[in-house]
Design a protein around this ligand. Structure first.
Ligand code: ZN
Length: 246
Protein backbone atom coordinates (compact mmCIF):
# COMPACT_ATOMS: atom_id res chain seq x y z
CA UNK A 1 0.00 0.00 0.00
CA UNK A 2 1.39 3.41 -0.98
CA UNK A 3 0.16 6.53 0.79
CA UNK A 4 -0.29 10.10 -0.36
CA UNK A 5 0.64 12.18 2.70
CA UNK A 6 -0.90 15.66 2.84
CA UNK A 7 -0.88 18.42 5.43
CA UNK A 8 -1.94 22.05 5.83
CA UNK A 9 -4.19 22.27 2.79
CA UNK A 10 -5.76 25.46 4.18
CA UNK A 11 -8.79 25.67 1.88
CA UNK A 12 -6.59 26.10 -1.20
CA UNK A 13 -8.48 24.09 -3.83
CA UNK A 14 -6.15 24.98 -6.71
CA UNK A 15 -3.13 23.65 -4.80
CA UNK A 16 -4.95 20.47 -3.75
CA UNK A 17 -6.13 19.78 -7.29
CA UNK A 18 -2.61 20.23 -8.65
CA UNK A 19 -1.23 17.81 -6.05
CA UNK A 20 -3.83 15.16 -6.91
CA UNK A 21 -2.98 15.50 -10.61
CA UNK A 22 0.78 15.43 -9.96
CA UNK A 23 0.48 12.38 -7.66
CA UNK A 24 -1.92 10.39 -9.86
CA UNK A 25 -1.01 6.70 -10.00
CA UNK A 26 1.59 6.93 -7.20
CA UNK A 27 -0.64 5.99 -4.24
CA UNK A 28 -3.61 3.91 -3.06
CA UNK A 29 -4.68 5.80 0.09
CA UNK A 30 -4.61 9.40 1.27
CA UNK A 31 -3.97 10.65 4.81
CA UNK A 32 -3.84 14.21 6.15
CA UNK A 33 -1.95 15.70 9.11
CA UNK A 34 -4.50 18.47 9.69
CA UNK A 35 -5.44 22.03 8.76
CA UNK A 36 -7.92 21.40 5.99
CA UNK A 37 -9.18 24.98 6.33
CA UNK A 38 -8.17 28.48 7.41
CA UNK A 39 -6.45 31.14 5.21
CA UNK A 40 -7.88 29.99 1.84
CA UNK A 41 -11.19 30.72 0.14
CA UNK A 42 -12.48 27.20 -0.60
CA UNK A 43 -13.20 25.58 2.77
CA UNK A 44 -16.37 23.76 1.72
CA UNK A 45 -14.87 22.31 -1.43
CA UNK A 46 -11.80 21.06 0.42
CA UNK A 47 -13.80 19.60 3.35
CA UNK A 48 -16.22 17.85 1.02
CA UNK A 49 -13.28 16.34 -0.83
CA UNK A 50 -11.74 15.26 2.50
CA UNK A 51 -14.97 13.64 3.69
CA UNK A 52 -15.08 11.52 0.54
CA UNK A 53 -11.43 10.71 -0.03
CA UNK A 54 -9.35 10.56 3.16
CA UNK A 55 -8.48 7.24 4.82
CA UNK A 56 -7.27 9.01 7.99
CA UNK A 57 -6.90 12.55 9.31
CA UNK A 58 -6.06 14.37 12.55
CA UNK A 59 -7.27 17.86 13.33
CA UNK A 60 -5.08 20.95 13.02
CA UNK A 61 -5.20 24.18 15.01
CA UNK A 62 -7.01 25.99 12.19
CA UNK A 63 -9.61 23.21 11.95
CA UNK A 64 -10.31 23.77 15.65
CA UNK A 65 -10.26 27.55 15.37
CA UNK A 66 -12.69 27.56 12.47
CA UNK A 67 -15.35 25.67 14.41
CA UNK A 68 -15.12 27.53 17.71
CA UNK A 69 -12.92 25.01 19.56
CA UNK A 70 -10.05 27.47 20.16
CA UNK A 71 -9.68 30.80 21.86
CA UNK A 72 -8.85 33.06 18.90
CA UNK A 73 -6.84 35.41 21.12
CA UNK A 74 -3.82 33.20 20.38
CA UNK A 75 -4.14 33.79 16.65
CA UNK A 76 -2.56 36.68 14.75
CA UNK A 77 -5.09 39.14 13.24
CA UNK A 78 -5.13 37.70 9.69
CA UNK A 79 -5.44 34.12 10.95
CA UNK A 80 -8.24 35.23 13.29
CA UNK A 81 -10.11 37.01 10.49
CA UNK A 82 -9.73 33.93 8.30
CA UNK A 83 -11.01 31.61 11.06
CA UNK A 84 -14.12 33.74 11.58
CA UNK A 85 -14.72 34.02 7.81
CA UNK A 86 -14.32 30.23 7.49
CA UNK A 87 -16.74 29.46 10.32
CA UNK A 88 -19.37 31.66 8.66
CA UNK A 89 -18.75 30.13 5.22
CA UNK A 90 -18.85 26.44 6.21
CA UNK A 91 -22.02 24.42 5.68
CA UNK A 92 -23.51 22.76 8.80
CA UNK A 93 -22.37 19.32 7.53
CA UNK A 94 -18.79 20.48 7.03
CA UNK A 95 -18.73 22.24 10.44
CA UNK A 96 -19.92 18.99 12.00
CA UNK A 97 -17.19 16.99 10.22
CA UNK A 98 -14.42 19.39 11.34
CA UNK A 99 -15.71 19.42 14.91
CA UNK A 100 -15.45 15.63 15.03
CA UNK A 101 -11.89 15.32 13.73
CA UNK A 102 -9.66 13.32 16.10
CA UNK A 103 -6.71 14.76 17.97
CA UNK A 104 -3.36 13.25 16.96
CA UNK A 105 -1.26 11.21 17.16
CA UNK A 106 -3.36 8.68 15.27
CA UNK A 107 -2.25 5.24 14.16
CA UNK A 108 -2.77 4.76 10.42
CA UNK A 109 -1.65 1.24 9.55
CA UNK A 110 1.94 0.87 10.76
CA UNK A 111 2.71 4.58 11.03
CA UNK A 112 1.39 7.61 12.88
CA UNK A 113 0.03 10.96 11.80
CA UNK A 114 -0.03 14.07 13.98
CA UNK A 115 -0.34 17.82 13.50
CA UNK A 116 2.23 19.46 15.82
CA UNK A 117 4.12 17.19 18.21
CA UNK A 118 3.15 13.88 19.84
CA UNK A 119 2.83 15.73 23.15
CA UNK A 120 1.01 18.84 21.97
CA UNK A 121 -0.95 19.11 18.74
CA UNK A 122 -0.32 22.88 18.67
CA UNK A 123 3.48 22.75 19.15
CA UNK A 124 5.78 23.72 16.27
CA UNK A 125 8.55 21.14 15.79
CA UNK A 126 11.19 23.18 14.00
CA UNK A 127 14.59 22.22 15.42
CA UNK A 128 16.54 18.96 15.50
CA UNK A 129 16.95 19.53 19.22
CA UNK A 130 13.21 19.47 19.90
CA UNK A 131 12.66 16.57 17.45
CA UNK A 132 15.25 14.49 19.33
CA UNK A 133 13.39 14.97 22.59
CA UNK A 134 10.17 13.69 21.06
CA UNK A 135 11.53 10.30 19.95
CA UNK A 136 10.50 8.46 23.17
CA UNK A 137 6.92 9.60 22.58
CA UNK A 138 6.65 8.27 19.03
CA UNK A 139 5.00 4.87 18.74
CA UNK A 140 6.22 3.96 15.27
CA UNK A 141 9.47 4.20 13.30
CA UNK A 142 7.80 6.55 10.83
CA UNK A 143 5.52 9.41 11.85
CA UNK A 144 4.17 12.23 9.72
CA UNK A 145 3.50 15.71 11.05
CA UNK A 146 2.68 19.19 9.77
CA UNK A 147 1.88 22.57 11.32
CA UNK A 148 5.21 24.27 10.46
CA UNK A 149 4.50 24.32 6.67
CA UNK A 150 8.17 23.37 6.14
CA UNK A 151 8.80 20.31 3.97
CA UNK A 152 11.35 17.90 5.44
CA UNK A 153 11.36 16.83 9.06
CA UNK A 154 13.97 14.85 10.95
CA UNK A 155 15.89 11.57 10.96
CA UNK A 156 16.67 10.47 14.50
CA UNK A 157 19.36 7.97 15.50
CA UNK A 158 20.82 7.01 18.85
CA UNK A 159 23.75 9.39 18.31
CA UNK A 160 22.08 12.32 16.68
CA UNK A 161 19.28 13.97 14.78
CA UNK A 162 19.56 15.25 11.23
CA UNK A 163 17.11 17.51 9.36
CA UNK A 164 15.54 16.18 6.16
CA UNK A 165 14.69 18.33 3.15
CA UNK A 166 12.59 18.21 0.02
CA UNK A 167 13.65 18.70 -3.61
CA UNK A 168 15.55 21.82 -4.69
CA UNK A 169 14.03 24.50 -6.92
CA UNK A 170 13.77 23.11 -10.42
CA UNK A 171 13.32 19.54 -9.19
CA UNK A 172 9.91 18.18 -8.31
CA UNK A 173 10.81 15.05 -6.34
CA UNK A 174 13.41 13.63 -3.99
CA UNK A 175 13.39 10.04 -2.72
CA UNK A 176 14.62 9.28 0.81
CA UNK A 177 15.41 5.61 1.50
CA UNK A 178 14.41 4.73 5.06
CA UNK A 179 17.16 3.11 7.11
CA UNK A 180 16.88 0.60 9.97
CA UNK A 181 17.42 1.61 13.62
CA UNK A 182 16.21 5.08 12.71
CA UNK A 183 13.12 7.03 13.73
CA UNK A 184 11.63 9.35 11.15
CA UNK A 185 9.57 12.42 11.87
CA UNK A 186 8.53 13.42 8.36
CA UNK A 187 6.85 16.65 7.33
CA UNK A 188 5.32 16.42 3.85
CA UNK A 189 5.15 20.22 3.71
CA UNK A 190 2.08 22.34 3.19
CA UNK A 191 -0.24 21.83 0.23
CA UNK A 192 -1.98 25.18 0.46
CA UNK A 193 0.41 27.67 2.08
CA UNK A 194 4.08 26.61 1.89
CA UNK A 195 6.45 28.66 4.06
CA UNK A 196 9.83 27.25 3.02
CA UNK A 197 10.45 29.78 0.26
CA UNK A 198 9.10 27.53 -2.49
CA UNK A 199 5.55 28.52 -3.50
CA UNK A 200 4.82 25.14 -5.12
CA UNK A 201 2.37 22.86 -3.28
CA UNK A 202 4.22 20.30 -1.14
CA UNK A 203 3.36 16.68 -0.39
CA UNK A 204 4.92 13.24 0.11
CA UNK A 205 4.44 9.67 -1.05
CA UNK A 206 5.16 6.96 1.53
CA UNK A 207 5.83 3.42 0.34
CA UNK A 208 6.35 1.18 3.41
CA UNK A 209 7.08 -1.91 1.27
CA UNK A 210 9.83 -0.19 -0.69
CA UNK A 211 10.98 1.62 2.46
CA UNK A 212 10.90 5.07 0.90
CA UNK A 213 9.48 8.53 1.47
CA UNK A 214 9.36 10.70 -1.63
CA UNK A 215 9.12 14.46 -1.13
CA UNK A 216 7.39 16.19 -4.00
CA UNK A 217 6.40 19.69 -5.20
CA UNK A 218 3.64 20.57 -7.66
CA UNK A 219 3.25 23.96 -9.34
CA UNK A 220 -0.31 25.30 -9.32
CA UNK A 221 -2.34 28.35 -10.37
CA UNK A 222 -1.35 30.64 -7.50
CA UNK A 223 -3.08 33.58 -9.24
CA UNK A 224 -6.46 31.85 -9.19
CA UNK A 225 -6.19 31.02 -5.46
CA UNK A 226 -5.08 34.61 -4.75
CA UNK A 227 -7.99 36.11 -6.71
CA UNK A 228 -10.47 33.99 -4.72
CA UNK A 229 -8.94 35.13 -1.42
CA UNK A 230 -9.20 38.80 -2.43
CA UNK A 231 -12.74 38.38 -3.79
CA UNK A 232 -13.82 36.74 -0.50
CA UNK A 233 -12.62 39.81 1.40
CA UNK A 234 -9.97 37.83 3.30
CA UNK A 235 -6.80 39.75 4.33
CA UNK A 236 -4.57 40.66 1.33
CA UNK A 237 -1.56 39.28 3.17
CA UNK A 238 -3.01 35.78 2.81
CA UNK A 239 -3.05 36.15 -0.98
CA UNK A 240 0.34 37.89 -1.23
CA UNK A 241 2.26 35.26 0.69
CA UNK A 242 1.18 32.42 -1.61
CA UNK A 243 3.31 33.83 -4.45
CA UNK A 244 6.39 33.93 -2.23
CA UNK A 245 5.97 30.67 -0.35
CA UNK A 246 6.39 32.35 3.04
ZN1 ZN B 1 -1.30 25.02 9.09
Amino acid sequence: MRYLILSDIHANWEALEAVLRHAAGAYEQIVCCGDLVGYGADPNRVVEWARAELAAIVRGNHDKASVGLTDLEWFNPSARDAALWTEAALTPENLHYLRGLPQGPLSAGGFQILHGSPLDEDEYVVTAFSAGHLVPYLESAVSFFGHTHLQGGFLCRRHGVRPLAGPLDGEDRLVTALEPETVYLVNPGSVGQPRDGDPRAAYAIYDPDAGTVEYRRAAYSVGVAQAKIRRAGLPDLLADRLALGV
